[in-house]
Design a protein around this ligand. Structure first.
Ligand code: ATP
Length: 342
């Protein structure tokens, strides 16, 4: 199913403008992530798609050709997975998954068949008769997905489905969830505030801030060519390189950097992975902090930007706090963006 949203907006009764007029299309089988900081309006948009929230006049929501803008949630056939999973604790895995089908009065034989189907797809076959209270967090998450998918929804909506899990489990479940969603070939909209989750799971990401879409595109595109400083900071934690621009060079405290193109009215950013310790580099600074993080060191350097500039250092040896270092940033790795006037 293709989801088309036109001119969707929402003003709550207290006057809060949670969503400013927004257009969005999600293609058949596409997984779109709504990503943004708390309060940016992503849950509001998800609830409008679900039919749980009445949008402002002028909003149009279509499931394929059908205008569902005024259709109640129970008639939209959407599958939902929430942060809390909202499973029925006193029921078995099988009963949880079959619940939606029972409510819809699907005949028993067909019900059993569909439940078996999603049990297999979500690799829950061995747990079918268990109480959900006897499952791990990751298994419960799979039950929530299976329960949402059993009625064969037209679209699947997920609201922070991994945020109740601890960090290590979240990392491993991210890829698993992405694989399961693709296996179902379901059109899905996925709300998260976690950039790593959005990058790993989504076909396209819509970055939101203050009720507005900032940029919509595939993860690689948003990462490599962010359209604004907000997107650059939010995805990949780009750091500002504040300095004056003279003759195509950026003048920093610790030295000059050639810019990739002549530019005015721009801000320049760089990511830690593109800041290299290099004895022949044009910038000089002083090491403030050194943190080992397994595959690399994270080095905090003072004296280049006025703030701490972080470098991801892959070497087996790291400098020590207080050491003078030289730093190289390649022109191609600079993110040169229009000045943020907001
Ligand atoms: P979070 O990640 O914290 O859930 P979000 O990006 O999903 O945030 P929304 O929940 O959509 O954001 O909220 C957007 C804005 O609308 C916020 O400023 C929020 O306080 C406000 N808001 C949400 N629900 C209501 C409501 N029922 N009445 C008034 N304001 C609301």
């Amino acid at each position: 199913m293709t989801l088309t949203i036109r001119n969707a907006s929402k003003t709550y009764p207290d006057g809060t403008r949670a969503l400013l007029p927004t257009d969005l299309t999600v293609g058949q089988g596409e997984i779109l992530s709504l990503l943004g900081p708390s309060g940016c309006g992503k849950t509001t948009l998800l609830r409008i798609i679900a039919g749980l929230e009445t949008p402002d006049a002028g909003t149009e929501v279509r499931f394929d050709e059908e205008d569902v803008t005024r259709l109640a949630v129970e008639h939209r056939n959407v599958g939902m997975v929430f942060q809390s999973y909202a499973l029925f604790p006193n029921m078995s895995v099988r009963a949880n998954i079959g619940y939606g089908l029972k409510v819809r009065k699907v005949p028993k034989a067909e019900r059993e068949q569909r439940v078996d189907e999603v049990l297999a797809l979500c690799r829950l076959g061995d747990y079918a008769e268990r109480a959900v209270t006897a499952l791990s967090g990751g298994q419960r998450q799979r039950v929530a997905l299976a329960r949402a998918m059993a009625p064969r929804p037209r679209i699947l909506l997920l609201d922070e489905p991994l945020s109740a899990l601890d960090a290590a489990l979240r990392d491993s479940l991210r890829d698993e969830l992405a694989a399961m969603l693709r296996q179902f070939r379901i059109t899905a909209v996925f709300v998260t505030h976690d950039q790593a989750e959005a990058l790993a799971i989504a076909d396209r990401i819509a970055v939101m801030s203050h009720g507005q879409m900032q940029q919509v595109g595939p993860p690689e595109e948003l990462y490599r060519t962010p359209a604004s400083s907000f997107v650059a900071r939010f995805i990949g934690n780009a750091m500002p390189l504040p300095g004056s621009i003279v003759d195509g060079h950026l003048i920093l405290h610790g030295g000059h950097l050639p810019l990739p193109a002549a530019a005015a009215g721009v801000e320049v950013f760089v990511r830690a992975e593109d800041v290299h310790l290099d004895d022949a580099g044009p910038l000089s600074g002083t090491v403030e902090t050194v943190a080992f993080s397994g595959g690399h060191y994270r080095i905090g350097i003072a004296g280049i930007t006025g703030e701490t500039l972080f470098a991801t250092h892959p070497g087996r040896q790291a400098p020590r706090p207080g050491d003078s270092v030289r730093v190289r940033i390649d022109a191609d790795d600079l993110l040169v963006l229009p000045q943020d006037r907001s």
